[in-house]
Design a binder for this molecule. Structure first.
Ligand SMILES: Nc1ncnc2c1ncn2[C@@H]1O[C@H](COP(=O)(O)OP(=O)(O)OP(=O)(O)O)[C@@H](O)[C@H]1O
Length: 626
């Protein structure tokens, strides 16, 4: 059986190419500049093996010239040029990439990597031009040729005059129609912006005649128009430079130039990886929280370059959510791009890079915490919350990675401490990592529940953010030490003797407590004596997973599921109030009810919880007074 070749309707194919590959028209310039850069690179490669050729970088350039009157935009390069055959084969055959073939023949050895690979970029010119004219003279040839096409209808090739080696591409820019304007592609400002955006790091100068006004010599206040040739691109990407050549100021200016932020970054991280997937990255930890950081509008991501050409403004896949504050860029030669160079067809390499980057950021933050605590605290104030969310999210799958970066306010140190700081100085007899939750440090300091733990000399971590307790619940332990809320039923501190005594007193007063429980039915699950309280008469503790702070957070959520903490009212057996309760129980049961309600409401207030019936509470207070 003979195999038949597929045929393509080339006219339709070209139309499809022109209209459906790129989502933004402006990338036509990126494609043509990349081709010009490839063409110069090819001379460079040839010079490596051909002694008769010398490659003097300074004599190679790309020039962009706009002519508003004729509506032409010309891209001139001093690259390798094309012979008649090459014009036919490369520009006359869709999806034929002379550059890819060249690349295969000349394996890249030193980072000069050819950009073109699909053989389609050139046709992007037809998105903005009615007619495309290519005049080219190939290296080593005496003849030049003109290739011309109006798009789908085909093309012509004829001999042409051209003195120098290289290629000139003349685009006859489309007339603007009602809703579609093409005029901007003849505007100096727009062209400059597009060049800066996509082709800033093309390694050859991209020149343009730029006009402006300047004070006229010999006059006081007269201005004169001038036009001068300027190089628009920065050329050498800072990320390809040697770290030792770069100063902090260099990194800072790059941060500002790229508009990553207006602030002064806390830290930069420069990564050069030459492994299975080669990439360079410059990452920044911003100095200030972006104003929209904790809102839905904030978009995370890093700039993604392939060989110095911008592919994506914000590649979200490169950053995990917990490091979403990181700014910067990644450049890799090893990305699998799709033909529009816009989205990645398979993101194996991106995943690999993302994983590496994450590890690197973590290590850098860890060393910042160790070596420059003050700076780390500054960072933590801005983005610590995001790290805690990171511990909590995704069912805690990143907790191992992030736990060392967490910090909380310490009751003893009166400043932020890490979990490692805490655990490493725990006394031998201390079983748990204690924490207390509340709205503010001042409020927590006054919590009755902290009394016993503090008296024992143990350090307490203060949790003042909504997310804190949730993150810690996800963590469960740190260095095999369990976390314990000072409000939890069993603090693991009470001596056996104390416990026995409490149990005895509890049994002796069983009827009193039963009555109090009856009064508070549905509000608390138990009423009991407490040894944790020193000077305060009452407090609330909780049983089970949901704590009072968690209840508060959950009830403030839009999809409030009415989750309640199981509360226990604890009474200080050494407080005079307990004696009053006992007396009331013997003499006047109504008074027990009154006192019980008062004490319960007081406990709620201490916890920052609302009182169900404030009027009744104030009436009860009055009853005690009169
Ligand atoms: N300015 C130029 N100088 C020399 N050769 C060129 C020039 N522009 C295009 N070519 C040749 O034409 C071929 C096709 O260009 P085109 O832009 O369509 O694809 P590409 O650059 O190979 O791949 P991609 O679609 O990935 O950009 C190139 O591979 C190159 O051989």
């Amino acid at each position: 059986m003979t195999k038949k070749q597929f045929k393509a309707e080339s006219k339709r194919l070209l139309e499809m190419m022109i209209n459906s590959i790129y989502s933004q028209r402006e990338v036509f310039l990126r494609e043509l500049i990349s081709n010009a850069s490839d063409a110069i690179d090819k001379i460079y490669y040839k010079a490596l093996t051909d002694d008769s050729l010398t490659f003097n970088k300074d004599s190679y350039y790309i020039k962009i010239t706009a002519n508003k009157e004729n509506r032409t935009l010309t891209i001139t390069d001093t690259g390798i040029g094309m012979t008649k055959d090459e014009l036919e084969n490369n520009l006359g055959v869709i999806a034929k990439s002379g550059s890819l073939a060249f690349k295969k023949e000349n394996e890249s050895k030193d980072g000069h990597d050819i950009i073109g690979q699909f053989g389609v970029g050139f046709y992007a010119a037809f998105m903005v031009a009615d007619v495309v004219t290519v005049i080219s003279k190939a290296l080593g040839s005496d003849e030049a040729y003109k290739w011309e096409s109006e798009g789908a209808e085909g093309y012509t090739i004829e001999p042409h005059e051209k003195d120098t080696i290289g290629t000139e591409i003349i685009l006859k820019i489309k007339e603007s129609a009602e809703e579609e304007s093409y005029d901007e592609f003849l505007e100096e400002y727009t062209l400059k912006t597009i060049i800066k955006k996509y082709s800033d790091f093309i390694r050859y100068p991209i020149k343009m005649d730029v006009s402006g006004q300047r004070p006229k010599e010999g006059t006081e206040d007269e201005l004169e128009e001038y036009t001068e040739e300027q190089v628009i691109n920065s050329m050498v990407p800072i990320w390809r430079k040697n770290k030792s050549e770069l100063t902090d100021e260099d990194y800072e200016s790059f941060y500002h130039e790229k508009h990553y932020g207006f602030d002064k970054p806390i830290k930069h991280i420069h990564i050069n990886v030459d492994g299975t997937v080669r990439y360079n990255a410059i990452l920044y930890i911003p100095g200030q929280t972006p104003f929209d950081f904790y809102s839905k509008e904030y978009e995370k991501g890093l700039e993604l370059y392939s060989n110095g050409v911008l592919i994506m403004n914000k590649c979200a896949e490169l950053l995990p959510d917990y490091f979403s504050f990181v700014k910067g860029m990644v450049d890799s030669e090893d990305l699998s791009l799709n033909i529009s160079r816009e989205i990645l067809q398979q993101d194996r390499q991106v995943k690999f890079i993302a994983k590496n980057i994450s590890k690197k950021i973590k290590n850098e933050l860890k060393s910042l915490m160790k070596n420059d605590r003050e700076k780390y605290e500054e960072f933590y104030k801005s983005f610590g919350r995001q790290l805690k969310f990171g511990v909590y999210n995704d069912f805690g799958s990143n907790k191992e990675l992030l736990q060392d970066l967490l910090m909380f306010y310490s009751s003893k140190e009166k400043k932020l401490v890490s979990l490692d700081d805490y655990v490493s100085r725990m006394p031998e007899d201390q079983k748990y990592i204690y924490y207390a939750t509340g709205e503010s440090i001042e409020r927590i300091e006054k919590l009755p529940q902290t009394e016993m733990v503090s008296e024992k000399g143990y350090e307490i971590l203060y949790f003042t953010e909504d997310i804190d307790e949730f993150a810690i619940k996800m963590l469960m332990t740190y260095n095999e030490k369990e976390f314990k809320s000072v409000s939890s039923g069993d603090l693991g501190i009470e001596s056996e003797e104390d416990q026995k005594q409490t149990e005895t007193e509890q049994t002796e007063n069983k009827d009193l407590f039963d009555l109090m429980k009856e009064v508070l039915a549905g509000k608390v699950s138990d009423v009991k004596l407490s040894k944790r309280l020193k000077s305060h008469p009452v407090c609330l503790s909780t049983v089970g997973e949901v704590t009072i702070e968690m209840e508060k957070v959950l009830s403030a959520m839009p999809d409030n599921q009415n989750v309640k903490a199981e509360k226990v009212l604890e009474i200080n057996s050494n407080h005079e109030v307990f004696q009053s309760l006992k007396n009331a129980f013997d003499q006047d049961k109504e008074k027990v009810k009154l006192y019980t309600n008062l004490l319960y409401n007081q406990a709620l207030l201490i916890e920052g919880l609302p009182i169900q019936d404030p009027v009744e509470f104030t009436n009860d207070m009055c009853k005690v007074m009169v």
